[in-house]
Structures are given as structure tokens and as C-alpha cells.
Design a protein around this ligand. Structure first.
Ligand code: GLU
Ligand code: MG
Length: 455
């Protein structure tokens, strides 16, 4: 995968011809693109390989209302997004990956009819935040863990023990096929294990620049879904597949350097944090209630963000604290990529590009206007009394869905980082989810959306 942020530029004819030639030699017939919408759902169009140049240059047409698709496929129109208006879905020729079986995948950029990036294109928003961070001397590396639930042909979650050998051995054909397919697409897998929930698995991948990491997250989900289907299974990326069991998170690890120096290690602060590193952690804790609109704003996110589920429900920070939304992983032998911060409250219903844009943007702002880091939380906050939590400033990030949306809507920081248009689209689709719950109840909505975030 590419390490530098690409532009939404058009490739020259020679380069396009070479790419078509090499993909054709590999047996690629069609190129299928993904646009992750504001509900976190993958929307897609494909074209025969021979039209890859047009897919990149002119793009494929779509109504701009694609930006306001609800997770249940209802269009959540706003004054800005209606039946009028067209946009182009443009293939990124820096990131075309052969999936096998004649199909290649590419992430899509949204541009207008003249080829200019649209303000609600999540990849463009992330790229812009990376550019601004880089102007401040800040460089970010990221990786998101992929948790998912696999169901058999009878729609029962796969069996086997949590973190156990038996889930891997009982479903070895699926696990081995998945490993082979991820290897085939060049995904830098670091580990795979059976997670705690029923039928749950997790895959970790190596860190990369945020745009490459977001693309990789989408690619891995595409591969998981394809392999599951080929085995007669179905993979769910719902934040809360079962009301009474642990959910699926998308824990996002970030590390930061400024002018080549790590900000999370080698400093004079707690656990080696530098003053810039402390400021970033402080900003994350402070702005989590506002950032939750980009990180975990589905109605099912709030169902997942409950105490004692290791989902990072509490806005606080702590070294290796799995109940803290901001978990610090220090520079030890056990962290081969160095010190990093794990933002645990993110889940797979988020638009991963918008989530990274929020995290990169808030980190950049923390360098521009330093924040003071509060005390570390060294215990499970659920073991403290409500008074003790209040005293320490520890609160729940997103257990109340209405608060998540209100805080997001009122956030100057999120409007500055994500732009008005993206905030508007996210609010439109998430308010619709809240309305659905009002009409049908949360259990019915959770059931209906079980496979909404699959590929
Ligand atoms: N599945 C849990 C979640 O919803 C996380 C478990 C873990 O710490 O890996 O975030
Ligand atoms: Mg996990």
C-alpha cells in the first residue's frame, strides 16, 4: 500500500495503459470501487478494466445524495443533498488492488463535474487534514484493528472458545482461506485471533499513513466479507451484533512525530510523553464527546459504548487501561511500532476516513493550542463511585446517542476539521437512525443493520 497521500489527480495515459496491461495480465476483468458513506456503509460501482482510464479521468456518475444514504438505504435528504445534482466517483489509480477472480478494488474520490474535489468527500477531507498536520510539522501513523462476527449458513455465530484455539481449528478452512486472501492482496497482517464475543474474530494490520490505513481498513473488510461468503458464512461489522454480548470495535492506534521526533516517548512527562504528546492526549480526552460524532455515532455505537465491555466507554486516559477511551501504549519491547495511543471508542459503523480526519485534525490543533493533560486513570472507572468519577472528570463518551449528535452538531472543532458539509451528512444519517429507533425500537434496528457494514 502507498505511504504518501495521493492527490485526486488524473493519471497520464501512459501510466493508465501500463496499469491496465499489468492488471489484465493478472486476469483482472473488472474494477470495483468503494465510497464509504456517512453511515459507514460501502457504496460501489464497477467498470470493465478497459474503462479504467475513464473511471479515473471522468469518474462514474452518481447523485450527490449518495452522501446521505442511511444505513438502512433510506436517503436522508437535506437542502444541500437532494434529487438535483450529480457527482463523479473517481478511481484512485495509486490504489488498485487485484482481489483475485477477475476483480480489482479501488477506493473512490468524489469530485464535481469539473473534476474538483467535493467538500463532503471523506478521503479528500482526510487528505486535507494530513496536509495541514504536515504543515505544522506533525506526521501521523495509524492502524485500525478489525473486529467482526462470523455467522454460519443457519445464521448462528461460529462456535469455539474466546481467544481459543478451537474457533481457529474448527473453522480452519475459513481462517486459512482468509489468511491466503489477505496475503494475496498484500495486506500487512500482524495477527489474527478469536475474539471474546460469539463468533467474533480480530485482525490487526501494520500501521501506515492515515489515508493508506483507512484504505487498508476498507480492503481488509472487503476481503473478510468475500472469504466468509465463499465459505458459506456471513461476516458482520455491526458495532453491536448481540444485545447481551461484547460488540465489534475499530480501535484505532495512532503515533505521532514532529520534525522526526516521537511525541509519545522520550519526553519528561508521564510514561515518557513529550509536552506535545501530553497535549494531544489531553485534546483527545477533552474533545471525545464532540469527536464521537465521527468516531462512534451510530445508534448501535451507543449500544456498544457501555462500561465493562472494553469498548473505551469512559473519556479518560491511562497506560494500558482497556476501559479508557484513550489507552496509552508506551514504548516498550512489547510495542514493536513504538509508543502509540489507542482510541478505543471507534467502531466499524464509523466512516473510517472521517474518523481519522477527526483524530489527525484534533492532534494538529493540540500542537497549535496546547492543552493540559489531566490525571491518569489507573483503575477501571466502573470501580469508582459516581462522585469519584465526577471529581476526576471521567465521564461516558457516547452512551447517550442524543448527546453524541448534539455535541457533534454544536462542535466548532469538528466543523473546522471535517467541514460543514461532512458534519451535515453525518448528522442527517445518524438522526435518521435515531428516528428509526423511535419508531421500531433498538432491538429491531440492531437486527436490521446486522450486515449493513459488510462488504
Ligand atoms: N470488542 C471490544 C470492543 O467492542 C474490545 C475488546 C478488546 O479489547 O479487544 O471494543
Ligand atoms: Mg479486540
Amino acid at each position: 500500500m502507498r505511504e504518501v497521500a495521493p492527490q485526486t489527480q488524473v493519471a497520464d495515459d501512459e501510466r493508465t495503459a501500463q496499469l491496465i496491461q499489468s492488471l489484465s495480465e493478472r486476469g483482472v476483468r473488472d474494477v470495483r470501487g468503494t465510497f464509504v458513506d456517512s453511515s459507514g456503509v460501502l457504496r460501489s460501482k464497477q467498470t470493465p478494466l478497459a474503462r479504467l482510464g475513464a473511471f479515473n479521468r471522468s469518474g462514474l456518475g452518481a447523485s450527490n445524495s449518495w452522501a446521505v444514504f442511511g444505513a438502512d438505504d433510506l436517503l436522508c435528504m437535506t437542502p444541500r443533498f437532494s434529487a438535483v445534482g450529480d457527482m463523479r466517483l473517481r478511481a484512485d489509480l495509486d490504489t488498485v488492488v487485484d482481489l483475485g477472480d477477475g476483480v480489482a478494488w479501488t477506493p473512490l474520490n468524489l469530485v464535481d463535474q469539473q473534476g474538483s474535489p467535493l467538500p463532503y468527500c471523506p478521503r479528500t477531507v482526510l487528505r486535507e487534514q494530513m496536509r495541514q498536520a504536515s504543515t505544522s510539522g506533525l506526521s501521523v501513523i495509524a492502524a485500525t484493528e478489525v473486529e467482526f462476527t462470523v455467522y454460519d449458513g443457519d445464521r448462528q455465530p461460529l462456535g469455539g472458545a474466546a481467544y481459543g484455539w478451537t474457533r481457529l481449528s474448527t473453522y480452519e478452512h475459513f481462517v486459512d482461506s482468509l489468511s491466503q486472501a489477505l496475503n494475496f492482496v498484500g495486506a500487512p497482517v500482524e495477527q489474527l485471533h478469536a475474539e471474546y464475543g460469539p463468533g467474533q474474530f480480530e485482525i490487526s494490520v501494520a500501521p501506515a499513513s492515515p489515508l493508506a490505513a483507512a484504505d487498508l481498513n476498507v480492503l481488509v473488510r472487503v476481503v473478510i466479507s468475500r472469504v466468509a461468503r465463499a465459505c458459506g458464512f456471513q461476516a458482520s461489522f455491526s458495532p453491536k451484533p448481540f444485545a447481551d454480548a461484547i460488540g465489534n470495535g475499530a480501535h484505532s492506534h495512532l503515533s505521532f512525530t514532529r520534525d522526526g521526533r516521537s511525541l509519545l516517548s522520550g519526553g519528561d512527562g508521564p510514561h515518557g510523553l513529550t509536552s506535545d504528546g501530553q497535549s494531544i492526549l489531553a485534546a483527545y480526552v477533552r474533545y471525545l464527546p464532540e469527536m464521537a460524532g465521527a468516531l462512534a455515532s451510530s445508534v448501535l455505537s451507543s449500544m456498544r459504548l457501555q462500561p465493562s465491555t472494553w469498548s473505551g466507554a469512559y473519556a479518560c486516559w491511562g497506560l494500558e487501561n482497556r476501559e479508557a477511551a484513550v489507552r496509552l501504549c508506551a514504548a516498550t519491547l512489547g510495542n514493536p511500532h513504538g509508543a502509540n495511543v489507542e482510541v478505543k471508542c471507534v467502531d466499524p459503523a464509523a466512516n473510517i476516513y472521517a474518523a481519522y480526519a477527526a483524530l489527525v485534525g484534533v492532534a494538529r490543533r493540540a500542537l497549535e493550542s496546547p492543552e493540559v493533560l489531566g490525571p491518569e486513570t489507573t483503575v477501571d472507572p466502573a470501580t469508582l463511585s459516581a462522585d469519584e468519577r465526577n471529581e476526576l472528570g471521567i465521564y461516558l463518551v457516547g452512551a447517550e446517542h442524543a448527546d453524541v449528535l448534539d455535541n457533534f452538531a454544536g462542535s466548532e472543532v469538528m466543523r473546522e476539521v471535517l467541514g460543514e458539509a461532512l458534519v451535515e451528512t453525518i448528522l442527517a444519517v445518524r438522526r435518521h437512525e435515531a428516528d428509526l429507533v423511535g419508531t421500531d425500537g433498538i432491538a429491531a434496528v440492531a437486527e436490521r443493520l446486522t450486515f449493513a457494514w459488510s462488504a
